[in-house]
Design a protein around this ligand. Structure first.
Ligand code: SF4
Ligand code: FES
Length: 248
């Protein structure tokens, strides 16, 4: 396959940035999108040019590190698929592909396609820890957890913190991410102890980081590679309202 790549190049946070066009040739359809960028970078290095900076780690869809807007869609638009799990067979020979970083005020560009997602870490930190008595490992059946609560908690826990929901949202809202994090602990008895303090602090931290509010367009859910449901946002709003009523 041969592809034309329009890639966002930006030297640092203050550089205004621009698109540069590259020809990627002799590609194999079963290559992943990131392997294609590796091949492109080998070529750029051989030509003495600066390689394209992009984030990746696990390359198997579980770490949330890869962060590319591909043809205008975070992660490229294949349902439930991260950019690292996207393969060239989903494109046509001769296609022109536009590749950009996440774009949100709270995710400043560090270089090219790499953005600073520390804002997410600070939101997680603001949630604090779970208050449980330490000691010996409890028996698995010591704290009964209803099956539906365990399933729903595990659904929320699938969030890999990639930030695609923010990149897709016209308000750059982080509510799907925060709702998933609030819910996966708040749904379980062990995490319920701190749930009001946790949701109040995490929503406060989210607002302080400059993320926008949710206007329920559903774009976050549509691009989420882990299919996190919008219903978690409604759940978080209920939990947040209760926390405020209790003065947390
Ligand atoms: S909710 Fe989905 S899109 Fe948002 S950070 Fe989590 S996994 Fe990524
Ligand atoms: S590199 Fe880990 S999810 Fe893509």
């Amino acid at each position: 396959m041969n592809l034309t790549l329009r890639v966002w190049r930006q030297t640092n946070a203050i550089d205004p940035g621009r698109f540069l066009t590259y020809q990627a040739t002799n590609l194999i359809p079963d290559m992943s999108f990131l392997e294609m960028l590796d091949v492109m970078n080998e070529l750029l290095i051989a030509r003495g040019e600066e390689p394209i900076a992009f984030d990746s780690d696990c390359r198997e869809g579980i770490c949330g590190t890869c962060s590319l807007v591909i043809n205008g869609v975070p992660h490229g638009g294949q349902k439930g698929t991260t950019a690292c799990q996207l393969h060239l067979r989903h494109f046509k020979d001769g296609d022109t592909i536009t590749i950009e970083p996440w774009r949100a005020k709270a995710f400043p560009v560090i270089k090219d396609l790499v953005v600073d997602r520390n804002a997410f870490d600070r939101i997680i930190q603001s949630g604090g820890f779970v208050s449980v008595s330490t000691g010996g490992v409890p028996d698995a059946n010591a704290i009964p957890v209803p099956k539906q609560d365990a399933d729903r908690s595990m659904d929320a826990a699938q969030c890999i913190g990639c930030g695609a929901c923010v990149a897709a949202c016209k308000n750059a809202s982080a509510m799907l991410f925060v709702a998933a994090k609030v819910s996966h602990l708040g749904l379980l008895p062990q995490g319920r102890v701190d749930k009001e303090r946790r949701v109040a602090n995490m929503v406060k931290a989210m607002d302080a980081e400059g993320f926008g509010n949710c206007t329920v367009t559903g774009s976050c859910e549509a691009v989420c590679p882990k299919d996190i449901s919008l219903s978690f946002i409604a759940r978080m709003n209920r939990e947040y309202a209760i926390a405020l009523l209790k003065g947390k």
